[in-house]
Design a protein around this ligand. Structure first.
Ligand code: KG4
Ligand code: ZN
Length: 340
């Protein structure tokens, strides 16, 4: 049999991603983003995202093939995000993946977007340990998971957010500070040089005895909005850098505290942080310090593998292929609200 060369296709939100992975090694990838087209709306507009995926699909696949130095005919398996995500957006990438798989007569795997986020880390740091805690922080999800083998073992949900996802909080606060979309990078830029202790924003459910692994970020967003309103009503200039830094610090404190708590409660020694918010410098540094002092092995993928991309979908596809999993077949529907 041929060595598997897996094409991954991602289109669940505003990034069109194609990645090519072979036996755990990232050969190359192509990425296009419609983020700029959503900037004026303060969030992703599904119809615009879908059209952008359609425009970008073929050129971005070409980029990925060139980057990997392989021909389309070298692809042995195709994996695509089947959910969760924006329905119209998922449909475009999944349809593209079906076309490629059918034309090459190779198996197609529909994969879960969040499993892809977790698998992204294996491209950088190799196979996950037998058991670890994974903190997934993206625009749509904030979850603490106990995972074993990503393909074979069931994933255990320790906690989720009750309301906004961490990335969503970044996007909403960015909008109310007038910093635009996507909010994460905008807040981080604005926060550079700001004082993270200038405002003491709420850290929801942080105390011992509270739901240990559950998050809530809507109160934080409201607190930031009130603070900004109060300052503006007093006719003063909003100290954007201080507000941004203090907001960031509040998010980071809660994420790191709860994720590390899960690692220790479970008697494990590895924390994996993935998803778009894992690109955040303050989060990366805080997690590094806390894990170092507690002897926890911290794994965070490089920034380009944290935010949505095709390589992570190829990575989970490659794991599925090598574990002998059954392909989904060309009839697989999109599942926009798929749960892990
Ligand atoms: O994983 P991702 O690319 O897409 C989803 O699956 O949702 O995550 C996107 C989220 C957005 O909310 C974005 O604001 C946030 O990740 N993000 C960041 C940073 N870069 C992206 N949040 C904080 N700091 C960043 N540097
Ligand atoms: Zn994502």
């Amino acid at each position: 049999t041929r060595t598997p060369v897996v094409l991954g296709v991602e289109s669940s939100c505003d990034e069109t991603g194609f990645g090519i992975v072979s036996e755990g090694v990232l050969l190359g990838q192509g990425l296009a983003s419609s983020a700029a087209q959503h900037a004026d709306f303060g969030g992703v507009v599904p119809e615009i995202a879908a059209r952008a995926h359609l425009d970008a699909a073929v050129p971005t696949l070409r980029l990925a093939l060139a980057d990997a130095g392989v021909e389309l005919g070298d692809i042995t398996h195709v994996a695509a995000t089947s959910g969760p995500g924006l329905a119209t957006a998922v449909h475009v990438g999944l349809a593209a993946a079906k076309s490629v798989a059918w034309s090459l007569d190779v198996p197609l795997y529909g994969v879960h977007h969040l499993a892809g986020h977790a698998a992204a880390d294996t491209l950088e740091h190799g196979p996950l340990p037998e058991r670890s805690i994974v903190l997934i922080v993206s625009g749509g999800h904030t979850s603490i998971l106990a995972v074993g083998d990503l393909v074979r073992d069931p994933i255990e949900h320790l906690g989720d957010t009750l309301d906004d996802a961490a990335g969503e909080a970044f996007d909403k606060v960015s909008r109310l500070l007038g910093l635009g979309y996507p909010g994460g990078p905008a807040i981080s830029r604005a926060a550079a040089g700001g004082d993270p202790t200038a405002f003491s924003f709420p850290r929801a459910m942080l105390r011992q005895g509270d739901a240990p692994y559950t998050f809530s970020f809507s109160g934080l967003k409201t607190a930031v909005a009130r603070t900004v309103e109060t300052i503006e009503r007093a006719g003063e200039a909003v100290p954007v850098a201080d507000v941004a830094a203090s907001f960031e610090q509040a998010v980071v404190d809660v994420l790191v505290t709860k994720a590390v708590r899960a690692v220790r409660d479970r008697g494990l020694d590895t924390l994996v942080i993935v998803g778009g918010v894992a690109a955040n410098a303050r989060l990366r540094e805080a997690a590094r310090q806390r894990c170092e002092s507690l002897g926890i092995t911290l794994r965070i993928p490089p920034i380009r593998l944290c935010t949505d991309n095709g390589a992570m979908i190829a990575a989970i596809g490659d794991l599925l292929v090598r574990s002998g999993a059954e392909p989904s077949g060309l009839g697989i529907p999109a599942d926009p609200s798929a749960v892990l």
